[in-house]
Design a protein around this ligand. Structure first.
Ligand SMILES: [Zn+2]
Length: 385
């Protein structure tokens, strides 16, 4: 969700200048020396997505980390340290097979820099360090435009940002501009630098949405048998409206019919911003611990929910975005769930945690619970069996 403007106004002081320059230079050197991943690396990442010999596959959802928020103030970088600690605790306690970064990985509107991939890279580093594959979708803050602090327009003026030397590895005419980093650039940087990233740049006809793709979870018995399909959709926000388009809905319809024509294989859906229908759910049969705010849904519904409701193989939808909600509610024959606010970045002081999912292969079941930073577990629920 959008943070109030006054937060941004307070964030920046001239102290940020040195930090900005350092970050800029670091990113340039990252671009220059970064691992150049090949398609072969990406295939390796996909190969990791296989149900374990015990017949189980566990997923951790990291939602709304908001790395890079308030980078020039003491508490901004400290938030990122805290978020890293949350993820590390959860990964060490749960030892998941896979992680989903469920959007708002970074807060781009707080970054006076031309490339936010460094912060994105920090956010995925606890997962990468443990050798766990992951996938990500975009939220409404990841490519949001930089919000210029009002103080910069007062008599003190805009800080004298020194551009990097002309012969450095950053390219383009706008390296000194605060233009933000596009979805394409963020996703390219993640994929190219990380063999364990299963994220993909989706079909170009789904532009301006980028994080639209499907991953196959192979069964433990045979990598050609599919235990589940995981669909990732870009629900917009930031540089364009918060919506799942009718082109994305059609892509889901045709792809799911092609890869899973008889709806025999279970399907699970991930995106960032809840659909409008989340607002209409009665709370009676919901399972969760946070019911602290109104659902902030996408601006319109363009057909994806109807497809999901009607398709028997779709078991559940998982979203982030509302930091004060962590419930799962039944809706028709599927479940609509929020994750749990994982990051110290973003609004709200509710204790941090992660929604966990566990797929049992045979017979298929999908369980979920929330693992808190302090180790507690709550809100266990069976979403499909
Ligand atoms: Zn958020």
């Amino acid at each position: 969700m959008i943070k109030p403007m006054f937060m941004e106004v307070e964030f920046f002081s001239f102290i940020s200048l040195t930090l900005y320059q350092l970050l800029l230079l670091s990113i340039c050197s990252l671009n220059f020396n970064g691992i150049q991943c090949t398609e072969a690396h990406r295939t390796n990442a996909m190969d990791h997505l296989q149900v374990s010999q015990k017949g189980l596959f566990k997923i951790a959802l990291f939602a709304d980390l908001h790395f890079g928020e308030a980078e020039s103030l003491d508490w901004g970088p400290q938030q990122d340290v805290n978020s890293t600690r949350v993820m590390s605790h959860i990964l060490d306690q749960e030892r998941p097979d896979f992680v989903v970064y469920l959007g708002d990985v970074i807060t781009a509107n707080n970054m006076p820099m031309h490339n936010a991939s460094l912060y994105w890279d920090q956010a995925v580093s606890p997962t990468r360090a443990r050798g766990i594959p992951w996938a990500s979708v975009f939220g409404n803050h990841d490519d949001a435009p930089f919000e210029w602090p009002i103080e910069w327009f007062s008599s003190t003026g805009i800080p004298n940002i020194v551009c990097p030397a002309a012969d450095n590895s950053c390219s383009g005419d706008i390296r000194c501009g605060f233009r933000g980093t596009t979805r394409l650039e963020l996703m390219r940087a993640e994929s190219e630098r990380n063999p364990l990233s299963c994220s993909e740049i989706g079909p170009t006809q789904l532009w301006p949405g980028v994080s639209n793709y499907v991953l196959k979870l192979s069964s433990s018995r045979n990598s050609k048998d599919v235990a589940a399909y995981m669909y990732f959709l870009d629900s917009g926000g930031g540089s364009y409206p918060e919506i799942v388009s009718s082109a994305q809905s059609e892509w889901f319809r045709s792809t799911s019919h092609e890869v899973n024509p008889d709806s025999r294989v279970p399907e699970i859906i991930f995106w960032h911003i809840p659909s409008k229908v989340y607002k209409k759910l009665g709370k009676k049969k919901c399972v969760g611990s946070l019911f602290e705010e109104e659902v902030a849904p996408q601006i319109a519904e363009m057909g994806i929910m109807k497809l999901l409701e009607e398709r028997p193989s779709v078991k559940a939808v998982f979203v982030g975005h509302n930091h004060g909600l962590d419930w799962c509610c039944p809706y028709k024959k599927l479940w609509l769930c929020f994750a749990r606010h994982t990051g110290y970045g973003g609004y709200g002081d509710w204790p941090r945690g992660s929604r966990m999912l566990e797929i049992t292969q045979q017979p298929f079941s999908l369980k979920s619970w929330i693992r808190m930073e302090d180790g507690q577990i709550h809100s266990q629920v069976i979403l499909a069996s």
